[in-house]
Design a protein around this ligand. Structure first.
Ligand SMILES: C[S@@+](CC[C@H](N)C(=O)[O-])C[C@H]1O[C@@H](n2cnc3c(N)ncnc32)[C@H](O)[C@@H]1O
Ligand SMILES: Nc1nc2[nH]cc(C(=O)O)c2c(=O)[nH]1
Ligand code: SF4
Ligand SMILES: [Mg+2]
Length: 210
């Protein structure tokens, strides 16, 4: 299996329950809900994406011919030290490419393996942490995991209807974009009205990390 990686870098996890944790980010190229081209955005199933996931030309990106080679690249990005190794696999949509061989190869190198997914594809087994972030108008098949992270506001999603899904943590994250202030207010309102939901801020953007 050849993996197409947009970028791979060391940073702090900026979102969700693990926010603040040192992590290697492995961003796969490609998504099933948007081509990644600006001219297609308005017509896409997911229209608010804040990420460039097209191609393999980013920092630490490229094509990797097998799981061992990619796991070695992630380990090199982490550097010295075996303690609390964490890799966050994202994209694009990682479940288009992430397979058991890569999860195993990362585990062999001592990593806890986390993934961020839109939930429209079943998650690969053996993950240590799964974040699902539902997108309005899509069929979410992956309804269990560690955290459900709802980008808000999104017309067409009713928080009450997804509160019963099998997640340990329910997070509401303001939508970054043209109406940042309005999204922040809406997210705070949701967390105030429905105590199951906790506010997730994109901390990396506040402090200027990738
Ligand atoms: C770029 S996506 C990649 C993983 C996967 N495709 C997904 O959507 O979950 C990573 C995370 O960023 C969130 N995200 C994307 N665009 C955002 C925006 N404009 N504001 C806030 N969060 C956003 C997604 O919902 C997801 O939780
Ligand atoms: N620092 C940092 N934290 C993140 N958490 C989720 C991200 C993502 O794009 O999946 C992300 C990201 O792009 N950067
Ligand atoms: S599903 Fe995720 S990667 Fe794909 S366009 Fe939406 S936010 Fe971006
Ligand atoms: Mg991001």
């Amino acid at each position: 299996m050849t993996y197409a990686v947009k970028e791979c870098f060391l940073t702090l996890q900026g979102e969700g329950v693990q926010s603040g944790s040192r992590a290697v980010f492995l961003r796969f190229a490609g998504c099933n809900l948007w081509s990644g081209r600006e001219q297609d955005r308005a017509m896409a199933q997911c229209t608010f994406c804040d990420t460039d996931f097209v191609g393999t030309d980013g920092e630490g990106g490229g094509k990797f011919t097998d799981a061992e080679a990619l796991a070695a690249h992630v380990e090199w990005m982490w550097g010295e030290g075996g303690e609390r190794r964490l890799v966050v696999i994202t994209g694009g949509e990682p479940m288009l490419q992430l397979d058991r061989a890569l999860v195993d190869a990362l585990h062999d190198r001592g990593f806890r393996v986390a993934a961020e997914s839109n939930g429209t594809l079943p998650a690969v087994a053996a993950l240590d942490w799964l974040c699902v972030s539902p997108k309005a108008g899509t069929e979410v098949v992956q309804r269990s995991g560690n955290e459900l992270k709802l980008v808000w506001p999104q017309a067409g999603i009713d928080p009450a209807k997804i509160e019963g899904w099998e997640f340990d943590h329910f997070l509401v994250q303001p939508m970054d974009g043209a109406d940042r202030a309005g999204a922040m207010k809406a997210a705070i309102r949701l967390a105030m009205e429905r105590p199951r939901w906790r506010l997730s801020l994109q901390a990396h953007k506040v402090v200027g990390l990738p």
